[in-house]
Write a protein that binds this ligand. Structure first.
Ligand code: NAD
Length: 261
């Protein structure tokens, strides 16, 4: 029987207050790991932590703005002090702002790059400072299919997410001699708060019927003809951190129902 057993392991998941990060945090807990729920939104992070505790795993919350590089060393220290170590770092926190290039304000461009790319760089740097001397650890970064294909109105978002793919490959080479595997996941279309905000903007008025129509126009293009669910992404994250993936590193895996064919 195939078994994924993460008992005694510790995972940090950024952006774990909602959406994919929450699903990833819960999946790690279901696999037996203790989890640090790191997010800018502390009240929702506390809810995720309560759900993890109800699975009889330890969970702590940590309020972080991933744009702040200094706060990552505090995050690692809090994790190791409270949970005894760090095995898996999941750099998931991100935002989505989709529009034609001329409609982006400078502030929106900065936020997309600062949170989606620089935040991931800071997370990797801090985790590796702990993991490399110990010759052990796994990192999973959240990229996007936008980095692999030219999805509509995604130029700045795609740039940041392509940066995450390049970061993942280059760092995987650097960390390989320390026995650390680093991979990325490129989710396809998952109807989280990120999509909800986007649909509200596209529908103009939050009209549910109109939003469903617009969402269907995206999912109709998926070869498997259905959107992905948060747990699909979470399953890949857990797999990549499991012993089943011991010899997988430097890759960016689409979980997208075939969209990037
Ligand atoms: N949903 C999709 O279809 C999809 C597709 C491709 C990639 N992704 C990527 O997956 C990741 C998760 O997206 P999601 O759909 O769950 O979004 P979401 O909006 O549901 O959740 C994002 C989480 O990140 C947190 N966050 C945002 N900015 C932060 C910051 N500066 N510091 C700390 N936390 C912050 C939010 O509070 C929230 O809890 C993102 O990196 C996103 O780009 C999502």
């Amino acid at each position: 029987m195939i078994d994924i057993n993460m008992n005694g392991k510790v995972a940090i998941v950024t952006g774990a207050a909602s959406g994919l990060g929450k699903a990833i945090a819960l999946r790690f807990a279901q696999a037996g790991a203790d989890v640090v729920v790191a997010d800018i939104n502390i009240s929702s992070a506390l809810e995720t932590a309560e759900e993890i505790k109800s699975l009889c795993r330890k969970a702590i919350t940590f309020q972080i703005d991933t744009r702040d590089s200094e706060s990552f060393s505090k995050l690692i220290d809090t994790t190791t002090d409270n949970l005894g170590g760090l095995d898996f770092m999941i750099n998931n926190a991100g935002i989505g702002i989709m529009k034609p290039i001329h409609e982006y304000s400078t502030d929106e461009i900065d936020r997309l790059i600062d949170i989606n790319l620089k935040g991931t760089i800071y997370g990797c740097k801090a985790a590796l400072a702990y993991m490399m001397p110990r010759n052990s650890g796994r990192i999973v970064n959240l990229s996007s299919i936008a980095a692999k294909m030219a999805t509509p109105a995604s130029s700045v978002y795609a740039s940041a997410k392509a940066g995450v793919m390049a970061l993942t490959a280059a760092l995987a080479r650097e960390a390989a001699s320390s026995n650390i595997n680093i991979n990325a996941i490129c989710p396809g279309v998952v109807r989280t708060d990120m999509w909800e905000k986007q649909l509200n903007e596209m529908a103009g008025n939050g009209n549910e019927e109109e939003k469903a129509k617009i969402f269907a126009s995206f999912t109709d293009m998926i070869p498997l003809k259905r959107p992905q669910e948060p747990v699909d992404i979470a399953n890949m994250a857990v797999f990549l951190c499991s012993d089943l993936a011991n010899n997988i590193t430097a890759q960016s895996f689409a979980v997208d129902g075939g969209s990037t064919i």
